[in-house]
Design a protein around this ligand. Structure first.
Ligand SMILES: C[S@@+](CC[C@H](N)C(=O)[O-])C[C@H]1O[C@@H](n2cnc3c(N)ncnc32)[C@H](O)[C@@H]1O
Length: 271
């Protein structure tokens, strides 16, 4: 990554073509994110104030949620991420092209560094996998946010168990759910397994996401909320062709683009 003392920040931000999060980093300059999570904040049980709290954002990408915690008065915000997509959980049949495409968007985590500099933020980012979270290394946290990451884990419950190991307060887990399974099975926890060449593993129904959190040793504090995450300006619409409509993945991509990506939010505390 080019040192931040080089080209002017505004030029660097404008030059970064791929962003995950839509964030206003300079007056009137909003990054063209893959998702726009800004309207989501109000729909979540996200604490209005985090005054004096130690907070953790797991799988931060460009850092939107970590910066939001800081904006709400957190005493300290730590973010963790795995910057090299090769180290993510990939199904065996994945191709080098898929890994490279995600690597391009990730850009070695440069978006986070640019956003941190533009916002004058004190958030610290550590390269630590969720599976390796350890209170001996990072300490314990009063509030932990984990968003759109369980979907990418081969073992989401193991990941949540490690989150529990560093959580001494509240967890907010917001992750992808399968809307069809959520409609059919309202109480029974079930999940769709993808694992076809891309780092998409388990998409549970809402009851399944809740059960994953409980199975990892948390007590759920309120009924999970269904939310949809809106697309950002960095995304183009999937083609509306008979082929797209024929396949489940194609239909899901269309729904995600036009309606928002189906997620549920689970608020919990360690049992
Ligand atoms: C889909 S993005 C979600 C970004 C952000 N958490 C949000 O909710 O908007 C998934 C993030 O998880 C990170 N990631 C992937 N595998 C991880 C792992 N094993 N441990 C921690 N982070 C991981 C990726 O690098 C990426 O930043």
């Amino acid at each position: 990554m080019e040192p931040l003392t080089g080209r002017p920040l505004a030029e660097r931000i404008a030059g970064q073509s791929q962003w995950y999060h839509s964030m206003e980093l300079l007056p009137g300059v909003v990054t063209p994110g893959w998702f726009d999570t800004r309207p989501l904040v109000a729909a979540l049980p996200f604490p209005a104030s985090l005054e004096g709290k130690r907070c953790l954002d797991v799988g931060t990408f460009d850092g939107f949620w970590a910066f939001e915690m800081e904006r709400r008065g957190a005493a300290e915000v730590v973010a963790v991420d795995v910057l090299d997509p090769k180290a993510w959980d990939w199904p065996v049949a994945s191709t080098p092209d898929s890994v490279a495409a995600i690597g391009e968007r990730k850009a070695e985590g440069e978006g986070f560094e640019l956003a941190k500099a533009a916002l004058g933020s004190a958030v610290t980012r550590h390269e630590v996998s969720v599976y390796d979270l350890d209170p001996g290394d990072l300490g314990a946290f009063d509030f932990v946010y984990i968003g759109s990451l369980l979907l990418h884990l081969q073992n989401p419950v193991r990941g949540l168990e490690r989150v529990r190991a560093v959580c001494r307060g509240t967890l907010l887990a917001v992750d992808a759910i399968d809307p069809t399974l959520s409609r059919i099975f309202r109480r029974r926890p079930v999940a769709h397994l993808d694992a076809r060449g891309r780092p998409w593993w388990w998409k549970p129904n809402v009851a399944g996401l809740r059960r994953m959190v409980e199975a990892a040793g948390f007590t759920v504090l309120e009924a999970p909320r269904r939310v949809r995450i809106k697309r950002g300006a960095g995304r183009t619409a999937p083609p509306l062709t008979p082929r797209t409509l024929r396949h489940r993945a194609g239909r899901e991509a269309l729904a995600s683009h036009w309606l928002g990506d189906a997620h549920a939010a689970v608020l919990a505390r360690p049992t």
